[in-house]
Every structure is written in C-alpha cells, then in structure tokens.
Design a protein around this ligand. Structure first.
Ligand SMILES: [Zn+2]
Length: 172
C-alpha cells in the first residue's frame, strides 16, 4: 500500500522502498528521483482512500459533470452562425450546416463510432482520409468542382481553407 511506503515523521516524510532487485538502470534511477521530488510534499492520513472527481462541485463523479466539462470549451469556440439561404431547398441548408459542425457521416466519423470499414481513405482520390474538410475543401476532386462552379457563376476562383471559408465565400 502507498501508506506502507510513505512514513510520516516529526520533521516531514520519509520514503521506504522494497525493491526486488537493485536499481542499476540510469533511466529508472532518474524516474525514481523525479518520483521522490513529486512525493516530497505528499502527506498521508489515516482516512481510507477515495476517488474524487475534481471537476465537479461536489467531488462526486457523474456523467452530467463529464458532459459539462467536455462541452465547456466547445460551446465557446463554435460561435459561427451560418447564413440561412432562402432560395435553396432546406435540405441544402441543413447539409451545409451539418458540414460546418462536422456532422457529416464521413468514413472518419463512422470509424469514430466504431463502425468497421475497409479503410478510411477518400473514395474520390484515395490520397487522404475522408473527413468533412477533405471531402469539401482539400480533395482535388472538390477543388475541380469549386473551380467549375466559379467559372459557371463567372466569379473569382473559390479559395477555401475551411468549411467556414466555403460558407462565407459569397460575402467576399
Ligand atoms: Zn479526396
């Protein structure tokens, strides 16, 4: 037990080791020195050890507390508000919105949900993983399509480095 290794003395703590073999490896000796430094200010108590969730206000682990922790940064970062276009079908707007929040079922997204796939390469170019960014921005097939769209609309070439750039290119 940890308490067996950390002895509390009147003038601090002392560490009591019980190695099975002598420590000769330099890397292990360095690790032990770092551990000793970390344990320098550790104090043990007679109280039984408990697991404590430090991010929660009560110290109790709950799924709600984990969810709050995970989404705390996400909500602050994703402040992009997509312009809703009224002269295209709603499904196109929804698709664009899902692109921006990275909720397109690409092979990478499916793999994250433990759906087994043969590989995660882009089926169009086979040169990179199929992600939303790759599929709509960096894939040379999509670049060709965007160039065709810009020629057809008689507008300057569309240069986008992110989905947000693509959704905002009509404002430039
Ligand atoms: Zn591709």
């Amino acid at each position: 037990m940890v308490a067996d290794r950390i002895l509390t003395l009147d003038d601090g703590t002392d560490l009591k080791w019980d190695w099975r073999s002598p420590m000769t490896n330099v890397e292990a000796i360095n690790s032990l020195q770092q551990l000793t430094l970390l344990l320098d200010n550790v104090q043990t108590s007679e109280r039984a050890g408990i697991w404590e969730w430090v991010s929660g206000s009560t110290g109790e682990f709950t799924v709600k507390a984990v969810k709050r922790l995970l989404y705390s940064d996400y909500e602050a970062v994703n402040s992009f508000i997509m312009d809703w276009c009224h002269w295209i079908p709603a499904k196109c707007n929804i698709h664009a919105w899902r692109m921006e929040i990275d909720k397109i079922p690409t092979e990478e997204a499916l793999r994250k949900r433990n759906i087994q796939l043969e590989d995660s390469l882009c089926p169009l170019c086979r040169s990179d993983d199929e992600t939303t960014e790759h599929l709509f921005i960096s894939c040379f097939i999509s670049s060709t399509v965007w160039n065709g769209v810009s020629l057809w609309c008689k507008i300057p070439n569309i240069f986008a480095f992110s989905i947000k750039d693509l959704l905002e290119c009509h404002t430039v």
